[in-house]
Design a binder for this molecule. Structure first.
Ligand code: MG
Length: 709
């Protein structure tokens, strides 16, 4: 069949890249356009970022710009993304906020380049242009590289696609100088993304299979493997670059080094380097993990059973096929056409089989969770583009006039491409992700920044850890990267226990966390029990409820950041300490219900979900069950911004209380345990012992208290 998408000159090719890259960026400005008038999303006159983890890298970059950070502050100082950000902030004339906001758009859109370069190796530039237009804005890829999505995702697909390009280029062209691209991209990819190793290994394996099946006799392919293995070994990158350069010089200038014997010896040496530097450890470790899991758990003589985070995160199990297909291609139909196109493409250019590891990793998402879908995006875009080109060339059978054929083909390709882009653009328009924090919340953290010392701790739920550290420059106990059951337990315990127990637990956990950086405790709680001569964890925890408990000497201040938004996740927060640590079993779940949609019928208040308050009898009906109401509490801010409370005692033996948060138009129905918790007492009701806590920032969005002992 005649080829219709040919190789153009360099100028045209650069123009194509410019078109696809600009298109990808322009689409990413839709989100900016949609939110530009919403003052809640601005801080310091800049739109804020919309991904929680981004604040970790932003904190790292901020600290690098400052030139220092605190010991054990968990700052991402020196990580790849923070370093690149730091560099850009140094050389670009834009503000730090602008840089982190737009970096994902400009970096993520770079994906169009390796995709188009791959097509150029095949001498199919129009194919490349179509694939470039598609790949930059496909659903899941957009979601993870949109403006404001400041995270490593902005290059985690770009870099392996460059690796794939380097492999395809080398196998196709067989020129020694191209070999150097392999270590450059692999080293960059491993630096950027620590978990890159498995995909690199899979690609090396693919090169090997491809060579054995199709090109056994081609010595050059083994050179490719040598360069890959060197780049993947665990030596400092400078050594790897020097070794690669030396090899290049040898292959290029010393004829003798291109003999079979030398190449295979080098291949063995390179593979040995991988083995020696523990290159296969990640794989062995996983196998070990499966086999010896029981034994490892049994090793500890004293084992507490904390709650697993995976139990609350949406199960990583199967996702509906349609969602899977939409994420990869924007539409189920496109998905199937793309697969067909990829099969045709690999049939026409078998070198494209090298893309199978990336495609496979993307398809793993069907079993292993949505986050993998992005890996399939560039390969599927090439497949889709080929399908369009391929079917366009079939028009030749029907139209015989050259001019008419050319016009029809162009129209066909354009319309088809637009149809593929359409659902993806629609998704972009509908995908209105809010910023992580609102302006009002950041104002609070900014105030806190001025009050708190950098060594002080702020206790809050892990969801707010990174932004708290970024805006207030303090330390936190848990964050988006540190939130195992063990880490969450003390914080959950503090937030859901009465203020006295919360105060004791926070002081304990902060001081032991700091000590643990040096003394490396297996578990803070176990160490605390040792130091307090306790052998029964439940007894130890109950001792914290008493004012007689003697907490460790404070080395720093502790603040509690209690935001309104935590109300929605409070039952989840409670899960982590609502557990018998000896057995790992959940204890009876506390009752907590909140709603802002209700109907008052005079004598009866409907709270939704079959929950009804009978005002005359002072009873709460939960379906068929009737529970006496203990208290009815109204809280709300008056015109002066002062919190006013009204408490009505209903029944002595009541088990549930109803709180009406007037200023938020929200009802809370909760049992005594939740009512007495730190969060409800301090945030909702502002009931606190002035000797124990001090309210330092008061706002309807969040309250900050300082622990006074
Ligand atoms: Mg700091």
């Amino acid at each position: 069949m005649q080829k219709i998408s040919q190789s153009s000159n360099n100028k045209t090719f650069l123009l194509y890249i410019f078109i696809a890259y600009t298109f990808s960026i322009l689409i990413r400005l839709i989100w900016v356009y949609q939110f530009q008038d919403n003052p809640n999303f601005y801080w310091n006159n800049h739109l804020m970022i919309n991904t929680n983890d981004g604040y970790a890298y932003a904190e790292g970059a901020r600290d690098m710009l400052a030139g220092f950070h605190q010991d054990n502050d968990l700052s991402y100082y020196g990580t790849a993304l923070s370093s690149v950000t730091y560099l850009l902030a140094k050389i670009l004339p834009f503000s730090f906020e602008t840089i982190i906001l737009y970096m994902p758009a400009f970096f993520g859109s770079l994906l169009v380049i390796p995709v188009m370069l791959i097509a150029r190796v095949l001498k199919e530039d129009i194919l490349g242009l179509i694939a470039g237009l598609i790949t930059g804005i496909v659903w899941s890829y957009y979601n993870r590289t949109m403006t404001g999505y400041y995270d490593t995702d902005m290059l985690t697909i770009v870099l392996p696609t460059f690796v794939l390009y380097a492999l395809i280029l080398n196998i196709k062209e067989e020129r020694n100088r191209y070999l150097l691209l392999i270590p450059i991209f692999i080293i960059a990819y491993s630096w950027w993304y620590a978990q890159s190793y498995s995909l690199n290994l899979a690609m090396a394996f693919m090169v090997l299979i491809y060579t054995v099946i199709f090109e056994r006799e081609k010595l050059f392919n083994y050179k490719i493997l040598i360069f890959m293995f060197i780049a993947m070994s665990y030596f400092p990158w400078t050594y790897k670059i020097l070794a690669s350069l030396a090899l290049f010089v040898a292959f290029h200038f010393v004829k003798h080094s291109n003999s079979k014997r030398v190449v295979f010896t080098l291949l063995l040496v390179a593979f040995a380097l991988i083995l020696l530097t523990g290159g296969l450890n990640p794989i062995l470790y996983q196998i070990k993990g499966y086999i010896f899991r029981e034994a490892i758990a049994g090793d500890l003589d004293f084992n507490l059973h904390f709650f697993g985070v995976t139990q609350t995160v949406r199960e990583a199990g199967q996702i509906p096929f349609e969602v899977f297909a939409d994420r990869i291609s924007g539409h189920t139909l496109t998905f199937f056409l793309s697969i067909t196109g990829y099969a045709l493409l690999a049939f026409r250019y078998r070198i494209m089989l090298l893309a199978l590891p990336m495609l496979g990793l993307g398809f793993l998402a069907y079993q292993g969770g949505l986050r993998f879908t992005v890996y399939a995006v560039p390969v599927m875009a090439l497949g889709m583009a080929y399908f369009i080109i391929y079917t366009a060339s079939m028009l030749e059978k029907f139209i015989h006039k050259d001019r008419a054929l050319s016009i029809t083909k162009k129209a066909y390709i354009s319309i088809f491409t637009l149809l593929v882009l359409y659902p993806n653009i629609l998704h972009v328009i509908q995908y209105k992700v809010p910023t992580v924090f609102s302006k009002q919340e950041v104002e609070i953290l900014d105030k806190l920044h001025k009050i708190a010392d950098r060594e002080d701790y702020v206790l809050s739920w892990w969801d707010y850890g990174y932004p708290i550290r970024y805006y207030a420059d303090v330390k936190t106990l848990i964050d988006g990267g540190k939130h195992s059951g063990k880490d969450n337990f003390p914080v959950s315990f503090a937030l859901t226990s009465p203020p006295m127990a919360a105060a004791n637990m926070s002081r304990l956990d902060v001081e032991y966390t700091e000590r643990s950086f040096k003394e490396k405790f297996n578990s803070n709680l176990i160490q605390e029990m040792k130091d307090y001569n306790s052998t029964d964890v439940n007894k130890f925890l109950s001792s914290l409820f008493s004012s007689d408990f003697n907490p460790p000497k404070p080395t720093r201040d502790i603040y509690f950041y209690l935001p309104m938004r935590m109300l929605n996740i409070f039952p989840t927060v409670a899960l982590f300490s609502n557990i018998n640590l000896l057995t790992g079993k959940q204890i009876q779940r506390p009752f907590f219900y909140s709603t802002s949609s209700f109907k008052d019928d005079g004598g009866v208040l409907y709270l939704g979900n079959g929950i009804v308050l009978d005002k005359r009898k002072g009873l709460i009906r939960l379906g068929k069950q009737e529970v006496p109401l203990a208290q009815f509490i109204t809280v709300g801010y008056d015109e002066k911004g002062v919190l006013r409370k009204g408490v009505q005692n209903i029944q002595m033996m009541g088990q549930l209380s109803l709180i009406f948060m007037k200023s938020y138009n929200q009802f809370l129905l909760l049992d005594n345990r939740m009512l007495n918790s730190l969060y409800i007492q301090l945030f909702v009701l502002e009931n606190y012992d002035k000797d124990l806590f001090e309210l330092v920032i008061d706002s309807p969005h969040a309250k900050v208290y300082k622990l006074k002992r």
